[in-house]
Design a binder for this molecule. Structure first.
Ligand code: UTP
Length: 297
């Protein structure tokens, strides 16, 4: 099979209940880390990995996402007229060429696997990436680019993976691995949200995947799994059961779970501290806060 990965699916049809009431009217993916929406980080990572076609699986109430990727001619004209060239550049970098983005609806939130399977007709017969914008990964080389490079060597299906504590495994898809290689591990099983104490390892699956069309075909035989949802993990596990290769890729970089409030806050602070224009002020504020907290104890 051809190993060029040029399409990516962004499943963004979840309800984002952990961020209610904000997500009543603002899609989670539009929420900002400093001044860029989560979705912009995901798009930039996909572009760096060579993705050319961007497929969004959306749901009701997500029209702000489509607007975000549209042109803003009035705003551009106004910034141009007032000579604000830096802001104009920032704005133009968010523009996407016509024909490169497709939006399709998942009519019911039946699970991540179901959302991905909704894009089956647009994928055709080539490998593709899946990016969950909730997982923001900071690193020198973007995570998906690392994976695309590794995939050129391995083929098969590949999931991003990282070690989590035993107490956390029940919140993730978890790999059963045949070896402990430092970078690419061979999976011999995969289970979604294993009950406490039953996880086959502490290698959790994180929201980056490179998959084959066969994984989409597997959904023909897959019903509801953990949590009553149609799980992507189950369709990938089916690959292993059918004797095809599935690899875990231990990426380099810091991952923030921006689907949770604590992770979102940590990412906000980390990204702000990485910025020249914000670092000093925020650093001083955090130090003062810490000193005041210690004095109060
Ligand atoms: P989550 O498990 O984080 O669910 O989905 P959620 O609805 O976004 O958020 P909470 O838990 O209610 O706060 C992981 C990813 O799968 C997508 C989500 O949009 C997110 O990118 N997803 C989930 C779908 O696209 N459809 C679904 O039916 C479920």
């Amino acid at each position: 099979m051809n190993r060029k990965v040029s399409k990516a699916i962004f499943p963004v049809a979840g309800m984002g209940t952990r961020f209610l009431p904000a997500t009543k009217s603002v899609p989670k993916e539009i929420m900002t880390l400093v001044d860029r929406p989560l979705i912009q980080y995901a798009i930039d990572e996909a572009r760096a990995a060579g993705i050319e076609d961007f497929i969004f699986v959306t749901s009701r109430g997500k029209s702000a996402l489509e607007d975000y990727f549209d042109l803003a001619p009035d705003l551009e004209a106004s910034l141009e007229a007032s000579g604000k060239t830096e802001l104009l550049e920032i704005l133009r970098n968010t523009n996407m060429d016509s024909g490169t983005i497709a939006y399709l609806r998942q009519h019911k939130a039946l699970g991540l696997g179901h959302a991905v399977s909704c894009a089956r007709k647009l994928i055709g017969d080539e490998p593709f990436a899946v990016i969950l914008p909730d997982d923001v990964i900071a690193g020198e080389k973007p995570c998906l680019q690392q994976m695309v490079e590794a995939y050129q060597e391995t083929g098969g299906a590949m999931v991003a993976t990282m070690e989590v504590s035993p107490a956390q495994t029940s919140s993730y898809g978890v790999l059963d691995v045949a070896d402990q290689s430092p970078r690419i591990v061979t999976a011999r099983g995969m289970v979604e949200k294993p009950a406490a104490g039953t996880a086959p390892s502490n290698l959790a699956v994180i929201g980056r995947y490179i998959l084959t069309p066969q994984v989409l075909a597997n959904f023909d035989n897959i019903g509801r799994g953990a949590g009553g949802e149609i799980q992507l993990t189950d369709a990938i596990a089916e690959e292993i059961q059918s004797g095809r290769d599935v690899f875990g890729y231990r990426f380099e970089g810091e991952r923030y779970d921006c689907g949770s409030k604590a992770g979102f806050l940590q990412a906000t602070v980390a990204f702000a501290l990485a910025r020249d224009d914000l670092r000093d002020e925020l650093d001083a504020f955090l130090t003062d806060l810490h000193v005041a907290k210690q004095a109060a104890q």
